[in-house]
Write a protein that binds this ligand. Structure first.
Ligand code: NI
Length: 162
């Protein structure tokens, strides 16, 4: 299991680099990502969250298969928005409702270097967008209105001190 970096760590704020080697080392890293994500009781985990600034994230939501996204790109988003409550393993213990596009079409590669295009809706679409943000140095709190963000971050800091 890997350590999860929390808000304040520089690695969470950079642009992650594309992956160009699809080898056994990458496959092993993906396995460890899943273990770490499950240990943290998360539904998604992006490589920068474990200190690796590369364009990769994993997702497993209840009732769905484990999914790996390498060098992902959103190629289409719905105009329609949906509201879901978000949390993040890098800002543990705080949650907030957030609007984002309800559906996205994402292109990515799996750990064996196979390209796929996925049309995602509902909670999966939400998690894909949250994780993809991590590859661009964006945390969900950045997308909240300033007052809710301040309130949430204060709540988080208080939790951390307790
Ligand atoms: Ni997150």
């Amino acid at each position: 299991m890997l350590d999860i970096y929390t808000i304040g760590a520089d690695v969470l704020r950079g642009q992650a680099a594309p992956i160009d080697k699809f080898d056994d080392e990458l496959a092993a890293f993906v396995e460890t990502m899943f273990v770490t994500m499950k240990q943290g009781k998360g539904v998604g985990l992006a490589a920068p969250q474990v200190g690796v600034p590369q364009r990769l994230f994993v997702i497993q939501i209840d009732g769905d298969k484990p999914r790996v996204f390498i060098n992902p790109e959103i190629v289409e988003t719905s105009v329609e928005l949906a509201s879901f409550e978000e949390g993040c393993l890098s800002i543990p213990g705080v949650y907030a409702d957030l609007d984002r596009p309800a559906e996205v079409r994402v292109q990515a590669w799996n750990e064996r270097g196979r390209r796929f295009v996925l049309g995602a809706e509902g909670f999966l679409a939400r998690v894909v967008q949250h994780e993809l943000d991590h590859l661009n140095g964006v945390l969900f709190t950045d997308r909240l209105p300033e007052r809710s963000r301040d309130r949430l971050l204060k709540q988080y800091e208080k939790r951390m001190r307790a």
